[in-house]
Write a protein that binds this ligand. Structure first.
Ligand code: F0G
Length: 468
């Protein structure tokens, strides 16, 4: 097996290219104003390098594209479902597999079936859609991640870990009967793509199971987490990623999965469960919201590509190059003096907007302003992951989380090192002229998941990036 010290290269070559469109700064200035300074509202034809998300943005392999031709588009009992179900059972190990159109479809069903009004759902940091589905079902999310996760400068190697003391106190305070399950996210997205250790996963499952509390994995980036376990955890070096994945899944009671990340497809997801009765309810619920229990919102061809994607995702060389590209970008930004969350995570680089833009008060959303300025400077599209993403508390007040970040998310197998260099160049340039970036205020704020559709205007002047 190749060692990390060695130079890495992508374990693939390019067969098809998609042309990128270059724009002028004037065009981008107009486009972002038209988009209400929200990068989610930009048309993709106005974007040069798209680092909005690693979700559904993967380049599929030739084998996956060939798999599309084998789509069995029967309404019921598609052959592709059989292969997909078999593959999930083999790699993730759960007994029942319920297909959904994407991750939030699985979260919806799990939350709806398990959470009662007044319940508390602990998790290792929130994810936007996960938390909202818990709340819509009448629950309240409770963060039990380790304190290091909230500190962008802590070099702790497993910032995704559950704080067992916090979890124990929560169980003692509210009682196990008020906790329908613990939601355990692997390679925690909002913390910066930070892994959980195998040891912590075991300890968390032990604690929960002792109290009769099931543990459901958010397996969206579980394989990336396995790569970090293989690299960082003592005794795990050289272990096949598929073996580590099975060890994690075997300890937990089921998972929700957005297959648009690890599993290398553009759409798809699933809910997997071991409990027969719960699975039966889930199969009955999926037909209301997603589709029949043998397609759940996916076409037959999507399920075929997903099954192949799962097999490709556990390849060590693939993860080494995928995470390696993220590390390359992060390392170069660190060298340029840009404040980013450390250690460098698995799916993207998270810039600390509070340190980058110390002159912008939190009420003027520095991370949102930085995504807009970056787009104006170079056409690179990033995503806000700070106060706008968190939203408001029950009393209607804005929450200001300790992490006010912008995420440069790297799609899998899509961009080259040279693209990463363009990104570094632009971010470093903005860092040097940070005082020219101004804050934003809301002009429209939707009720749910506001970051997707909110609109803003500059607090001062006519642009978020002054003196162009
Ligand atoms: N869980 C995690 C950890 C996620 O990152 C996402 C999506 C979901 C659940 C929901 O899955 O989008 O398929 O419905 N994350 C995307 C992102 C949107 O950009 O981070 P979905």
């Amino acid at each position: 097996m190749m060692q990390t010290e060695q130079v890495w290269a992508e374990p693939w070559k390019i067969k098809v290219v998609e042309h990128l469109r270059m724009t002028t700064q004037e065009e981008r200035q107009a486009a972002i104003a038209e988009a209400g300074y929200n990068t989610f509202l930009l048309p993709s034809r106005q974007v040069y390098i798209d680092l909005l998300t690693d979700s559904g943005t993967t380049a599929m392999s030739d084998v996956q594209w060939a798999g599309l031709m084998r789509g069995d588009e029967a309404y019921a009992g598609s052959a592709n479902f059989e292969r997909f179900e078999r593959t999930v059972r083999e790699y993730y190990g759960y007994k029942h597999v319920i297909p959904t159109h994407q991750g939030r479809g699985a979260e919806h069903i799990l939350s709806r079936l398990c959470i009662r009004p007044g319940d508390i759902v602990p998790g290792n940091m929130y994810f936007t859609t996960t938390k909202l589905h818990q709340e819509l079902a009448g629950g309240t999310f409770e963060d039990v991640i380790v304190a290091e996760a909230h500190n962008p400068d802590s070099e702790f190697p497993f910032k995704g870990n559950v704080d067992l003391r916090k979890l124990e106190h929560l169980i003692a305070r509210v009682g196990a009967e008020k906790i329908p399950y613990l939601s355990l996210e692997t390679n925690v997205n909002m913390a910066g793509g930070q892994p959980c250790s195998l040891e912590n996963i075991h300890a968390t499952c032990d604690l929960c199971h002792r109290h009769g509390i099931p543990v459901y994995l958010d397996a969206t980036r579980a394989v990336e987490n396995c790569y970090f376990i293989e690299q960082r955890e003592s005794g795990q070096s050289g272990r096949p990623l598929a073996e580590i994945l099975r060890e994690i899944c075997d300890r937990t009671d089921g998972c929700t999965m957005s297959a648009k990340k690890d599993a290398l497809v553009n759409i798809g997801g699933f809910l997997a469960l071991n409990d027969d009765a719960l699975a039966e309810q889930a199969r009955n619920t999926v037909v209301i919201y997603e589709g029949l229990h043998t397609y759940g919102g996916m076409a037959g061809r999507d399920m075929e590509a997903l099954a192949i994607g799962i097999e490709e995702s556990v390849d060590w060389q693939h993860q080494h190059a995928r995470v390696g590209q993220v590390q390359y970008l992060g390392q170069r930004l660190i060298e340029a003096g840009v404040p980013i969350v450390r250690p460098i995570g698995g799916h993207g680089i998270f810039i600390n907007a509070v340190d980058f833009l110390p002159h912008i008060p939190r009420e003027e959303f520095p991370a949102q302003a930085l995504t807009a300025a970056l787009y104006i400077d170079s056409g690179v599209r990033a995503m806000e992951r700070g106060a706008v993403s968190v939203g408001r508390d029950a009393a209607g007040k804005n929450i200001y989380p300790s992490l006010e970040l912008i995420r440069l998310t790297i799609p899998r197998r899509v961009y080259t090192q040279a693209h990463m260099d363009v990104v570094v160049d632009s971010v470093a340039r903005l860092h040097r002229r940070a005082e020219q970036i101004g804050g934003l205020r809301f002009t429209y704020e939707p009720r749910y998941l506001r970051f997707f559709q909110a609109r803003f205007e500059p607090c001062q002047g006519t642009s978020v990036l002054r003196e162009l």
